[in-house]
Design a protein around this ligand. Structure first.
Ligand code: ADP
Ligand code: MG
Length: 371
């Protein structure tokens, strides 16, 4: 099922005593989610992720704009008629019901022609349970389950009606690191198997990058970028997106463009064809540094952290915005631990320039003359 968000806007009255006016939780959001895709809605806390999801589910009404499921305008359709499956951070299972009764619950409210027999309901509950691999736990109560198992029950309950759209709001936040990893793979598998168009909300960039077909990066109610995870990582449109994606985070320097070259401090580190002279932010991904004693950029070495496959070189530079530079280097490289200075070359495609005022990306022309 294709899902279309058309100029979707949600304003809330601001109830704060000092602040007046309104909060624009979602601001003019337009996007067409292709049928069967898993979309990761990503951004810091308070950026409007849950509001967007609640608009899709029908729990709240937009101030402006429309929502379509396929060709149906569902903007004014109540939540119970939209055919959405919802999963929240807290599993919200009914404690006095068994797993089976919890999963069957959404089916029991079906009325009229849609009313199901007990056998059919049990069959559907069993199929949903099988999908999330909890069919052995059907007779337990939620209190007898681990967090991960409870969340699976919640997912099974969301799936039992075979929803047109599956909406997940930070579904893994209450799980420990290991379970989080396992459950996210599980969600991806279930989504692929069922082909249900899914919106997955998270503030965790790694989680969103790893399971999404496409990510939507939001801040303050505004969508900043939409794209395949790798594309967004490799081509951030602004400094916010560049900083939000990637661990360790991107290293941001104050730089100067002079004569089609990027200077960090007094050192020319990169050709910047077609970029007019100006002050810029130069952001370099941790994997964009290459150790070289004769390299273009000298930094003050702080420490070297061994991470197994790679090593992380921690250094500083006076032009750095922030405290330390983290560069990821293959562990085969030799770093002189005693040296006060470390020199790097930089990989051109791992360096991004941003306008100092607008923080929008400045593109560097390639040798061929194309932007
Ligand atoms: P997220 O899920 O990304 O953390 P939310 O969508 O919950 O963010 O909230 C976005 C903004 O809207 C926040 O500033 C929040 O305070 C505000 N907001 C959310 N719900 C309400 C509400 N019912 N009334 C007033 N403001 C709200
Ligand atoms: Mg939220």
């Amino acid at each position: 099922m294709k899902v279309v968000l058309q100029n979707l806007t949600k304003k809330f009255p601001n109830r704060g005593r000092k602040a007046r006016g309104e909060v624009i939780a979602v601001n003019d959001f337009s996007f067409e989610i292709p049928d069967g895709e898993l979309i990761g809605l990503l951004g810091p806390s308070g950026c409007g992720k849950s509001t967007t999801l609640n608009l899709l589910s029908g729990l709240i009404k937009p101030t402006d704009g429309k929502i379509f499921f396929g060709e149906d305008d569902v903007t004014n359709l109540p939540a119970e008629h939209r055919g959405v499956g919802l999963v929240f951070q807290n599993y919200a299972l009914y404690p006095h019901l068994t797993v089976k009764q919890n999963i069957m619950f959404p089916l029991q409210n079906l009325k009229g022609a849609k009313k199901l027999t007990k056998e059919v309901m049990q069959q559907k509950a069993y199929e949903a349970a099988k999908l999330v691999q909890i069919e052995e736990l059907m007779d337990r109560k939620p209190s007898e389950l681990s967090g991960g198992q409870q969340q699976r029950v919640a997912i099974a309950r969301a799936l039992v009606k075979m929803p047109r759209v599956l909406l997940l709001d930070e579904p893994l936040s209450n799980l420990d690191a290991h379970l989080r990893l396992q459950t996210r793979e599980e969600i991806r598998r279930i989504q692929r198997e069922t082909g249900i168009t899914t919106v997955f909300v998270t503030h965790d960039q790694e989680e969103a990058m790893s399971i999404s077909d496409r990510i939507v990066v939001m801040k303050d109610g505004v969508v900043h970028q939409i794209g395949k995870p790798q594309e967004v990582y490799d081509n951030p449109v602004n400094l916010f997106v560049a900083k939000f994606l990637g661990t360790p985070p991107i290293n941001v320097f104050s730089g100067t463009i002079r004569g089609q070259k990027l200077f960090i401090g007094e050192e020319a580190v990169l050709e910047t064809l077609g970029v007019p002279d100006q002050e810029v932010y130069a952001a370099i991904r941790p994997e964009g540094f290459v150790l070289n004693p004769k390299g273009v950029l000298g930094c003050t070495l702080k420490q070297v952290e061994v991470m197994g496959r790679d090593i992380s070189v921690v250094s500083t530079h006076e032009a750095l915005e922030g405290t330390t530079i983290r560069s990821i280097i293959s562990s085969e490289s030799k770093v002189e631990l005693e040296a006060a200075q470390v020199r790097f070359d930089v990989k051109p495609h791992k360096v991004f320039l941003f306008n100092k005022e607008t923080e929008e990306r400045i593109c560097i022309k390639k040798e061929t003359g194309e932007a």
